[in-house]
Design a protein around this ligand. Structure first.
Ligand code: NDP
Length: 323
């Protein structure tokens, strides 16, 4: 059960957040999961027409090459590389010390870049190449978190990535990482929307100076939770004369997180970043921050849980019983 903390809304209308490293991350980024054949057009529209500067992708999304085409086209259209913030994530089958650098090199090649702004451990679990969903016996391997992090740290030293971070960690796993990290994780990317606030993780990251990026801020797509049509979100949107998508993005920003909505529709891509120059008033912010039904959409069950053979026999196991 998530705790009932209500993080107070931020006063300033921030367009970027400063990371522990001193670099900045744009407050609104563009998500690319399930962008499919539209990925190149969507990312180009997001950057060149809508003004996004932060693009979130991963090899697991199967569209890094398409994202790369869009990045190149955006740069030909006049956007400078230094003004873009590109994030990718090694997949679980590459989470062994001997594979991390090759995984990064593959992402750089696909994206046609010579460095990434941010490289995040996608999930804190190590899978065998070609693992099934759900995993078969032997598909979930031991995760050498320290060995993998050391390799990620080397990527920073070698100027191949500017920042490193994590996704889908628990407080328990993050505490473990902090015990040996020589380079702190700059960013923790987690599912966060009013239907899954994950206050405990947000508070823990903030206490440690780790910036949080909220993924699936609209409740995700197929099989997700439709926060766009949530009653409280609709009421606040109507009152403020904004769209539900804008209210959800703004709620994340006012909690102090960067937010990475995905859309394949140009009008929504443009709408979702029009979140500056206005605020969600405190009482509406609190209404959004106290929605009772709290549940993860992306609990990792299909990827990592096997009731019969383990090592993770339940969703609670994956999340260290912290929910
Ligand atoms: P989102 O919460 O961003 O929701 C995307 C869905 O909302 C799509 O179905 C989209 O449809 C729809 N949508 C977008 N804008 C609007 C709007 N204004 N009005 C109505 N509907 C809208 O889901 P994601 O799960 O994609 O999360 C965002 C990003 O976060 C991902 O794309 C990915 O980059 C990242 N992510 C990271 C994870 C991790 O493990 N680190 C896990 C999951 C996501 P349409 O496209 O048709 O407009």
């Amino acid at each position: 059960m998530a705790q009932a903390t209500v993080n107070r809304p931020q006063e300033e209308d921030t367009k970027s957040f400063r990371l522990l490293s001193g670099h900045t991350i744009p407050a609104v980024g563009f998500g690319t999961w399930r962008s499919g054949a539209e990925a190149t057009n969507s990312v180009f529209t997001a950057i060149v027409e809508a003004g996004y500067r932060h693009v979130d992708t991963a090899p697991e999304y199967g569209i890094e090459e398409e994202v790369g085409h869009a990045l190149q086209a955006s740069m030909r259209a006049g956007v400078e590389r230094k003004d873009l913030f590109v994030t990718s994530k090694p997949w679980c089958s590459d989470l062994s010390p001997d594979r991390v650098r090759t995984a990064l090199k593959n992402s750089l090649e696909m994206l046609q870049l010579d460095y990434l702004d941010l490289y995040l451990i996608h999930w804190p679990f190590h899978l065998k190449q070609g693992a099934s969903k759900p995993p078969k016996p032997g598909d979930v391997l031991e995760f050498d978190m320290e060995g993998v992090w050391r390799e990620m740290e080397k990527l920073v030293k070698d100027n191949l990535v500017k920042d490193i971070g994590i996704c889908n960690f628990t407080i328990n796993k993050l505490q473990k990482l902090l015990r040996f990290a020589q380079t702190m994780p700059s960013v923790c990317q987690m599912e966060m929307h009013p239907g899954w606030r994950n206050d405990k993780m947000l508070d823990f990251c903030m206490e440690n100076g780790i910036h949080v990026t909220a993924y699936s801020p609209l409740g995700s797509s197929e099989g997700g939770r439709d926060m766009i049509h949530d009653q409280t979100v609709e009421i606040v949107a109507k009152k403020l004369n904004k769209s539900p998508g804008q209210v959800l993005v703004k709620w994340g920003l006012q909690r102090g997180t960067s937010v990475i909505p995905k859309s394949s529709h140009p009008e929504r891509i443009k709408e979702n970043i029009k979140v500056f120059g206005w605020q969600i008033p405190e009482q509406d912010f609190i209404a959004l921050s106290t929605i009772l039904e709290q549940k993860r959409v992306l609990d990792g069950a299909d990827l990592f849980v096997s009731k019969s053979c383990g090592p993770f026999k339940s969703v609670a196991d994956l999340w260290d019983d912290e929910d």
